[in-house]
Design a protein around this ligand. Structure first.
Ligand SMILES: [Mg+2]
Length: 140
């Protein structure tokens, strides 16, 4: 897969990568780190997106790094999203293509399902684009 076609994925920490035991760091959710590393290898960009701050945030970042999981950004945007909808001010929302959070509507799927869903989304996104482009071409 080409790196330039990867998605920007914002991922929560407590309750998502690890069991929710805030402010302590809970046990890893099965296959969370392995799955996130696989997504990076597939060309996706990961942003850690958490309510943790200060020392508690540092502990989470270090917990991930010690397992080989390093993020492109932490509670911050990918540079391509610094300008949002033409506004020059930086958005306070982390902008991503996908958000993975234990407070998702419908709950958090297991990490194997998350990996399958994201892999499928990329294919759907391409086919949606092709379909839309073809429709517009026919109208002209
Ligand atoms: Mg959470």
């Amino acid at each position: 897969m080409e790196k330039s076609k990867g998605l920007t994925i914002a991922v929560d920490f407590d309750g998502t990568i690890v069991e929710h035991e805030y402010p302590k760091i809970g046990k890893e959710k099965p296959f969370a780190v392995e799955t996130l590393r696989s997504l990076q290898e597939d060309g996706h960009t990961l942003i850690l997106w958490t309510a943790r701050d200060g020392e508690l945030l540092d502990q989470a970042v270090e917990w991930c790094a010690s397992r080989g999981l390093n993020f492109f950004a932490v509670n911050n945007n990918h540079p391509k999203n610094y300008l949002f909808q033409g506004r020059s001010d930086k958005s306070c929302k982390v902008i991503a293509d996908i958000y993975i959070d234990d407070h998702n509507l419908g709950g958090l799927p297991d990490w194997d399902t998350i990996y399958s869903m994201i892999s499928g989304m990329r294919r759907k996104k391409r086919s949606w684009w092709k379909r839309t482009f073809k429709k517009r071409s026919r109208k002209r």
